[in-house]
Design a protein around this ligand. Structure first.
Ligand code: ATP
Ligand code: MG
Length: 420
């Protein structure tokens, strides 16, 4: 679990504000959901025989003896909330949320025990158009963030009948190749044979590659849905690769599934993953409602953004107020407040603490600000302030405090233009 420190929160805030804006432009509305849910919810939604429920959840008993878990993902809670609050009665909903998720995994680059997801979910729309909209929305995000090397992989898991037939076929195949399965594989053979396809064990990749493919066993309806989905992606020029091994690690998916994958992040290359989950609402006690959604791992996305941008660190403040002498120190914060009142957008830091002129100027220099405002006894007596540009070789000017706002506006505009 990581601390996100001041140097990094700027990037987080920047990303979050882009996400908020994007969601609004596609007509998705935010929900804010609890971080803790009943353990039972995740068992039923995510599935008993999944990595998440078997070994990754932070589960504990509360004071009433109820078993609760920190949420390992957001879809289950979103469906619960939508059912409980009547959001799904003959309604279409486009929802999003973001926040921390918790999984007890082995920490490594791109894989943490507390990480953050943006989740996007759409309810009540059965056709492939909404699947395609979600892809277009995510593609738009990559474009606006300047992310290029990212591949869309898609697959269809078909209807539950198609999957049941396929499951039987696959079980047969694993049985014939039992000697090549690892311990996890053997255990999953009966309970969840499709999940073996998702195994990351290098030693099993060959039998996985030769296994029968679900896409060949699809029912007509799912096949048609998938064809239309692909045609819609084609029509807007979004390229993709059909990956018949893509099954996703959670039980609730059916029909369309997809992942956006990059090779720029090392082993943890999936940035965004999702698909349809048409039976989950009913399974969790709601009325039969079709659903589709995805989640983006925000740590991985930020890593990618930083790889493609590699721009200089943006300064977090514009100006520092240097206060020298007793009168200035007594009056400094009052002057600072009047500057803020006159110029509300200014990011101004007062150098409190009463150190020497020299050391305050050093702090101002290090702060990244482009201007130092200098207040000494003379300035207090004459209601002026010294203005020193920190990034330019110009002499300090004295200005009346009353005209400081317009001068600062000009300085900041010049500075912004220079940075392009
Ligand atoms: P992976 O195969 O990488 O374990 P997953 O299939 O478990 O991913 P999902 O449950 O689909 O992942 O979550 C969606 C996204 O959330 C992932 O694609 C990834 O970007 C991110 N994510 C998942 N687990 C973690 C984690 N432990 N740390 C950081 N990001 C994660
Ligand atoms: Mg995982």
């Amino acid at each position: 679990m990581n601390d996100i420190l001041p140097d990094n929160t700027v990037a987080w805030l920047g990303l979050e504000s882009k996400l908020i804006d994007l969601m609004a432009r596609y007509g998705y509305r935010q929900v804010r959901l609890p971080v803790v849910e009943k353990t039972e919810l995740f068992k039923r939604a995510v599935g008993e025989v999944t990595d998440i429920v078997e070994k990754e959840m932070y589960t504990f008993e509360d004071r009433n003896g109820d078993s609760l878990s920190l949420r390992p993902e957001g879809t289950a809670g979103c469906v619960r909330a939508a059912i409980e609050n009547g959001l799904l009665h003959n309604q279409m909903q486009r929802l999003w949320y973001s926040g921390p998720m918790f999984r007890h995994e082995r920490p490594q680059k791109g894989r943490y025990r507390q990480f953050h997801q943006l989740g996007v979910e759409a309810y009540g729309m059965a056709g492939p158009d909404i699947d395609a909209e979600l892809i277009m929305l995510s593609a738009r995000l990559w474009q606006e963030l300047g992310i290029k090397d990212i591949e869309l992989q898609i697959n269809s898991l078909g209807s539950s009948t198609a999957r049941a037939n396929y499951r039987a076929q696959l079980l047969h195949y694993w049985n014939d190749n039992k000697d090549k399965l690892d311990e996890d594989g053997l255990r999953r053979m009966e309970s969840n044979p499709m999940r073996i396809l998702d195994s990351k064990n290098p030693g099993m990749q060959e039998i996985i590659a030769n296994a029968p493919q679900l896409i060949d066993a699809l029912d007509d309806e799912s096949r048609e849905h998938f064809e239309q989905f692909k045609a819609m992606l084609d029509s807007v020029g979004i390229t993709y690769r059909v990956n018949p091994r893509l099954v996703r690690g959670l039980d609730y998916y059916n029909a369309t599934v997809f992942e956006w994958v990059t090779d720029q992040l090392g082993a943890q290359g999936t940035v965004c993953a999702g698909g349809r989950y048409d039976s989950l609402v009913e399974q969790l006690g709601g009325r039969d409602t079709t659903a589709v959604g995805f989640a983006i791992g925000l740590e991985r996305l930020l890593d990618l953004v930083q790889l493609s941008a590699n721009d200089e660190q943006v300064a977090q403040i514009d100006a520092c107020l240097v206060m020298v002498g007793d009168a200035a120190q007594a009056k400094g914060l009052v002057v600072a407040e009047s500057i803020r009142y006159a110029l509300p957008t200014l990011r101004l830091q007062s150098l409190c603490g009463g150190s020497s002129f020299k050391s305050q100027m050093k702090r101002a220099d290090k702060s990244g600000a482009c201007v130092a405002l200098i207040l000494g006894d003379d300035e207090v007596n004459t209601a002026t302030v010294g203005v020193k540009l920190l990034r330019e070789d110009k002499a300090q000017q004295q200005v009346a405090q009353s005209s400081l706002a317009s001068l600062l506006t000009e300085i900041l505009e010049n500075h912004a233009n220079k940075r392009g």
